[in-house]
Design a protein. Sequence first.
Length: 201
Amino acid sequence: MKTLEEIKAYIKTHDAITPTPLNLDKAVEKADKHFQYVLSQVKPEEDIKFAMISNGVYSGETPTMGGTGIFLITNRRIIYGQRAVLTGDIIKFVNLDDCLDASASTYGILSGKVTIQTRTEKCSLTIERKKVNAMFALINDAIQQVLAEQKAAPQVVVAAAPPSPPERSLAAELKELKELLDMGVLSQEEFDEQKKKLLNR
């Protein structure tokens, strides 16, 4: 997915909004300012694999986004954010290369969450209990697809620098200078100058 219309269609098709609104179309249109803001952070080379209108995201146990916001999974990272007048705009990025695991859980009568664990943080979305399994399946599929694509991508191999020639010993270099002196290639003065340089290294 690349366009706003594709993302809105995805959300409507998969009922990827929480809490469930009375009028899905109206709720998706109402989130437009959040879509515009979060989509402005998506890079041209990114392809969106999952989109959701969320009503709460946590980093670990700390709420990072309360109220309506947009949660995206692209082929490179997780992006979530919202436009907020009182608290200020929020935008957060999580690198998918660091993704270790995703899980779903429920608590209380109506609540649940999907948690994505990375090497550096834990990101959880609050989701209605009745939607937890469906949203977890979509999120997990998106993450697994991205990780499989990353594995299948050709690996860039950096060629090693050619080995440097082995260092010659001081004795070998002095012997070579003496041979050049004996052959008449170097004068005594040139030999003495080169020998002095070698000995002062």
